[in-house]
Ligand binder design. Structure first.
Ligand SMILES: Nc1nc2c(ncn2[C@@H]2O[C@H](COP(=O)(O)OP(=O)(O)O)[C@@H](O)[C@H]2O)c(=O)[nH]1
Ligand SMILES: [Mg+2]
Length: 363
């Protein structure tokens, strides 16, 4: 018997084969159950204070949530954790992509857990909202640290603005500290003003570099050099050792040209290899000296309280701005006044006054 001919046209549909349901009803029921069982704020806090990393992750996700209905719970968790936070050292690490930040943090973090410390690694990377966090993909690079019971690695919060990402990171620091992490490492790639944001939330700022073809100081933003408490020349291994030592001399000379720091600390330069681990212990030794000095001369506490008031005003600025621009009546009036300003019918200052008066309900 001849097989029926199937017309070769796009309008024809073959009967498909019945597909098995890709998600079982049991799995769906399980997910629904989990959703229902969102832990309460008190459960989260108890988990965090008991050192439970799952509770910590959940709380950080809550804090990062942009859903307004989560805000109240997030605030309650943060407030309960706050009295248990602060007992830590916070270290910021920056450097261009490829310099070896992830590899360094893996080696450095393992060294610290080897000393009995509990290490949390967070990232500030406002560019990563699309790629879902810069260090997420790097988790493979931090293979050992990820498996370490005394380490916690969290990819960067996504967000549209650096201010938003920075606030979430500040809150994540508090949660990590309440969870018993005593050494917080904040990684950032030098995008936008992210180094400045990280600098304003850490006690110690480390710039990672590699030795180049000679002119080591070329291409470094002066501001970053000025912020650094320590420059670490990474990849000081193999053929690179000699060049790394030369770079160290050159950076040391350059650092001495900057004005003295309020901390009383003279910034230093070390070399290390994140692969052979040569120089990792010395790098931590140098950082410890900084903490000894700044805790003895009270700069440590002073800087933290300065940072707190800085973040208070930063947050007010952020939220006022966000609230202003999200109001529909303001947006309409802004559009209208923009045209008038562009056509020189209204000065920018007069237009701003009109808008602000409307915003504050003065008119
Ligand atoms: N030889 C050598 N290679 C390194 C060292 N540290 C990192 N690398 C390599 O440099 C590349 C970039 O490292 P990665 O940690 O991803 O840099 P990141 O982009 O700054 O996080 C990787 O191929 C690493 O294996 C080091 O100390 N010595
Ligand atoms: Mg990396």
């Amino acid at each position: 018997m001849d097989k029926p001919k199937i017309p070769n046209t796009a309008l024809h549909e073959r009967d498909g084969i019945a597909q098995p349901q890709s998600i079982s009803n049991k799995a769906i029921a399980h997910v629904i159950q989990l959703r229902k069982k969102q832990p309460s704020a008190i459960e989260l806090v108890n988990g965090i204070l008991a050192g439970d990393k799952t509770a910590l992750s959940r709380a950080i996700t809550l804090v990062e949530s942009t859903n307004p209905s989560h805000l109240e719970k997030a605030t309650a968790v943060i407030n309960s954790c706050l009295p248990h936070a602060n007992k830590s050292v916070r270290i910021g690490i920056t450097g261009v992509p490829g310099v070896g930040k992830s590899t360094f943090i893996e080696a450095f973090g393992k060294h610290l857990t080897g000393l009995g410390k509990k290490v949390a690694v967070l990232a500030v990377d406002p560019s990563s909202s699309l790629s879902h966090g810069s260090i997420l993909g790097d988790k493979t690079r931090m293979e050992e640290l990820v498996k370490d019971a005394n380490a916690y690695i969290r990819p960067s919060a996504s967000g549209d603005t650096l201010g938003g990402v920075a606030r979430k990171t500040r809150e994540a620091i508090i949660l990590c500290e309440a969870c018993g992490f005593d050494t917080i490492i904040i990684e950032t790639v030098g995008v936008g003003q992210s180094e400045t944001a990280v600098h304003s939330m850490v006690d110690f700022f480390l710039l990672l570099k590699i030795s180049g073809a000679g002119d080591e100081l070329q291409g470094i933003k002066r501001g970053i050099m000025e912020m650094a408490d320590l420059i670490v020349i990474n990849k000081a291994d193999g053929d690179n050792i000699k060049r790394a030592k030369l770079a160290k001399t050159e950076f040391n000379r350059a650092l001495h040209l900057f004005p003295a720091k309020a901390s009383g600390w003279q910034p230093k330069v070390t070399t290390c290899s994140s692969i052979t681990h040569e120089g990792i212990a010395e790098t931590w030794q140098t950082i410890s000296e900084f903490f000894d000095l700044t805790k003895a001369n009270d700069f440590f506490g002073f800087r933290r309280s300065e940072q707190n008031s800085y973040w208070l005003t930063e947050t007010i600025n952020e939220q006022l701005k966000a609230n202003f621009y999200s109001r529909e009546d303001i947006a309409a009036l802004l559009e209208q006044n923009k045209k008038a300003v562009q056509n020189n019918e209204l000065s920018p200052f007069a237009a701003a006054s009109i808008l602000l008066e409307k915003y504050f309900g003065l008119k």
